[in-house]
Design a protein around this ligand. Structure first.
Ligand SMILES: CSC[C@@H](O)[C@@H](O)C(=O)COP(=O)(O)O
Length: 365
């Protein structure tokens, strides 16, 4: 996708053939800064500090983290050490484990002298596949937006609510929840996106708004609690969000607050879609509420906010009384019964074990 007219992916390898380059998402939307990852530690910290974030991009960064780890130690022990360091960076997004498992099984049993080259090729393949998968999600999600457009007066935009950032900046390109929106834009279907701010880290206000602005998609940033009101007043035609882990039975873990939007959507008869690559499905789990690990992060993300002052300085300010404790759960689980449908690279299906098994029979038990 584009920033100031220039095409970017979220992660790539520098001309030296080994340094991994990322867009540092902690600097958005105020600064466009490209960061270099030159060691296993750099890659792990980039994920932990959320310089890169979003389930597919976390997986891709971990894959490149394995490459950087191999440059430090090419042995089997080196592979296991890199795996162990990267797997503990963030707990909820299943793409992390998926990418690490794929890298490990590709590399073990290979001659030492070929491992680094094979690792970079595998990480690049993971990225290229993610681009194709997200594009396919866009193709399959497009008819849902087209159908909503058919119910509107000519020229009236389809109002789409999204939460957090499941856009191209959460993937390699295209995004998951945003891919159908970008496809609709390409087709000339008028769309308008309600962007939940997504406290505490404001991925909606900072990142989704940034990417929609640069893609010239009409949008409005709203406070997290506004969505229910808009739905009650017929101002949302459909919701579409991403996910960090979806169980084989269709329960969906996504950024904290997603569940409340799904409840409001159900109450108001607004379709609630979840867009996901199959790499985000955890086939080992059924009951998301009981089984999906939910990331808890530091209090400061809740007690403090970061932004740019009128004179251009980036500042962090405290918004709570000194001494008030804060809780910071990063994700919640939306039960399958609240999800209208899942949009995957193979098509749209009910959020259920049978629905997913129908699209991915080779994975279903
Ligand atoms: C396309 S990825 C979907 C999710 O990863 C996204 O909705 C989300 O919740 C991201 O959370 P984050 O904590 O910013 O990594």
């Amino acid at each position: 996708m584009r920033i100031d007219g220039k095409h970017y992916r979220t992660i790539w390898v520098a001309e030296d053939g080994w340094t991994v380059m990322i867009l540092d998402q902690t600097r958005l939307p105020h600064e466009i800064e490209i960061a270099e990852l030159r060691s296993l530690g750099d890659a792990a910290e980039a994920i932990e500090e959320m310089k890169v974030r979003g389930a597919p991009l976390i997986g891709a960064t971990a894959a490149y983290g394995m490459c950087l780890g191999l440059r430090e130690d090419v042995t089997d022990e080196g592979i296991e050490r890199a795996y162990a360091r990267l797997i503990r960076t963030r707990p909820t997004a299943i793409n992390l484990r998926w990418a690490l498992d794929r890298m490990r099984s590709r590399l073990l049993n290979q001659p030492y002298e070929r491992r680094i080259e094979l690792a970079y090729a595998e990480a690049a393949a993971i990225c290229d596949e993610d681009v194709a998968i997200c594009k396919a999600i866009g193709d399959h999600g497009l008819p849902l937006i087209r159908a909503a457009a058919a119910r509107k007066k000519p020229g009236e935009p389809v109002n789409i609510l999204t939460h957090c950032n499941a856009g191209w900046l959460a993937t390699i390109d295209w995004g998951t929840a945003t891919a159908p929106i970008y496809r609709a834009q390409e087709e000339g279907i008028p769309v308008h996106v309600w962007v939940d701010e997504t406290r505490p880290r404001n991925q909606g206000a900072a990142i989704t708004a940034f990417e929609l602005l640069h893609q010239e998609v009409p949008h409005t940033v709203i406070a997290d609690n506004v969505g229910g009101h808009l739905m009650q007043h017929g101002m949302v035609d459909l919701c579409i969000v991403g996910t960090d882990r979806t169980t084989r039975c269709g329960d969906v873990a996504n950024k904290i607050g997603t569940y409340l939007k799904a409840l409001a959507a159900k109450d108001n008869g607004v379709p609630f879609y979840v867009a996901l690559p199959s790499t985000t499905i955890d086939w080992t789990m059924c009951d998301g509420l009981a089984e999906i690990p939910i990331e808890e992060r530091g209090e400061a993300e809740v007690t403090h906010m970061r932004g740019r002052t009128a004179d251009g300085r980036i500042e962090t300010i405290c918004i709570t009384p000194k001494g008030s404790p804060a809780g910071n759960w990063g994700f919640d689980v939306t039960p399958a019964r609240l999800v209208t449908a899942l949009v995957t690279e193979r098509g749209v299906c009910p959020a259920s074990e049978a629905g997913l098994a129908g699209l991915f029979p080779e994975r279903a038990g």
